[in-house]
Design a protein around this ligand. Structure first.
Ligand code: NIG
Ligand code: FE
Length: 419
């Protein structure tokens, strides 16, 4: 264990990335990553104490780590995941290969409702083991903070069960975790002819319990065609605000759903997905403090259009990128691969992808004061790579593991065996 004042010096760093990149990055600035070549970094206890050019490297330290030319950057902040789930949905993946669409599968009771059926039968312990293993895996890929949603419970008890698992993950995992209540993920089968009844269950039974047990930081709604309307979304978010739960919503994945408009109106921290968005959504987001979060893993896996990230950037907006790790539409939480997809298919630069997965991701889950950049006093959650020739190499070498070590609170992360 790190003693409070242990000083670890990382020397021979090929390049130190995201130096003092401390505020949400927008527009042209997305293409800039502040860096120092040939650098050192000093960790004291759990925090970044100092950094600079190797020529001014300190001589006093307790432990020396030779980076051997590897690069150092902040860990990724993945602000949108659903890693608590039971079972897997590769049969739907095969159905889609054979021609069915995500919406057709969902309309026949598959999709989210399939995951809900399995989750309702799973014990809290089983769910915890599965999610813990997924979290360990994504940490080894460089994720150093994660947001996790409920939404596969869809009954009072099962939503609470999911949130309790997330609460236990908060104390078991070595990284910051944010919990989001997503009771409004789908209308359960037993309420298909009584939407108002389910919305009332969310507002009058789920939300009070979630608040009473302090199980969530945020409230989410899947505001889209075939799921929840903007009016229903507003009702739920209004109720959530009464308990101090800020909105973070799913919007415009399947259609121009009005989700961005209701998100901004309800002062959402983020509006996520936005595959279907254009000038109107851009205009509404301008000047607001709501950050768009794009999820290219979903577009890739469902073979649907990518969000027009480049247009957002050209309009001067900022955005975050997240994995959307879930069993249906994005069964991966590899943020380096998310960068590759964003570069190739959203036509953003590797620099923009790095900003969007670090400091902007941190903003989208309210951890930017402690994570997301290399700054004195921030938590020492870092990626040390093997020697690489450039920043672009990271997302270019898209299946190569370029990570030498992940540091969490100044300690090298060693995955824990599960079970
Ligand atoms: O973000 N869009 C809604 N929810 C998830 C999908 C969940 C699922 O298919 O299980 C998403 O893509
Ligand atoms: Fe999602």
């Amino acid at each position: 264990m790190n003693s409070k004042n242990t000083r670890k010096l990382i020397t021979n760093i090929g390049a130190l990335l995201q130096v003092e990149q401390n505020v949400w990055v927008e527009g042209k600035d997305l293409d800039v990553v502040p860096h120092i070549y040939d650098a050192y970094l000093l960790i004291e206890g759990e925090f970044i104490k100092d950094y600079g050019s190797i020529s001014s490297c300190p001589r006093e330290y307790d432990e020396l780590i030779d980076a051997k030319g590897g690069w150092v950057l902040p860990t990724f902040c993945d602000s949108h995941t659903h890693i608590v789930f039971a079972g897997s949905r590769e049969n739907e993946y095969v159905q889609r290969i054979l021609g069915a669409s995500y919406e057709e599968i969902a309309a026949k009771g598959g999709g989210i409702l399939n995951s809900a059926k399995w989750l309702q039968q799973a014990s809290e312990e089983e769910l915890l083991l599965g999610a813990f293993a997924r979290a360990q895996e994504v940490i080894s890929y460089g994720t150093g903070a994660i947001e996790i949603k409920s939404g596969y419970g869809l009954t009072v008890e099962s939503e609470l069960k999911m949130l309790r698992v997330i609460q236990r993950l908060k104390s078991l995992l070595p990284i910051p975790v944010k919990a989001t209540f997503l009771g409004a993920h789908a209308i359960p089968i037993e309420y298909q002819t009584d939407r108002a009844g389910y919305i009332s269950l969310i507002i009058n039974e789920m939300l009070p319990r979630v608040a009473e047990e302090r199980l969530a930081d945020y409230c989410d709604v899947f505001c889209d065609k075939g799921f929840f309307t903007p009016q229903e979304t507003e009702l739920i978010l209004e109720a959530a605000w009464k308990y101090g739960l800020k909105p973070k919503i799913h919007a415009n994945e399947l259609d121009f759903s009005g989700g961005v408009q209701v998100g901004v109106k309800m002062q959402a921290l983020s509006v996520d997905h936005l595959e279907c968005s254009g000038q109107e959504e851009i205009d509404i987001l301008k000047g607001s403090s709501t950050i768009p979060v794009f999820l290219p893993g979903t577009s890739f896996f469902l073979n649907i259009p990518y969000a027009p990230a480049k247009k957002f950037q050209e309009a001067g907006l900022g955005f975050a990128l997240a994995s959307d790790y879930n069993p249906g539409s994005s069964p991966s939480g590899n943020m380096k691969f998310i960068q590759t997809l964003a570069c190739l298919y959203m036509h953003i630069t590797p620099e923009a992808a790095l900003n969007a997965t670090t400091i902007n991701g941190a903003y989208a889950m309210e951890v930017a004061s402690e994570l997301g950049s290399i700054s004195r006093g921030k938590m020492a959650n870092l990626i040390l790579t093997k020697p690489i020739p450039s920043l672009a190499y990271m997302s270019y070498a898209y299946t190569q593991n370029i990570i030498m070590h992940v540091f969490l609170k100044g300690e090298i992360f060693v995955p824990q065996a599960v079970g």
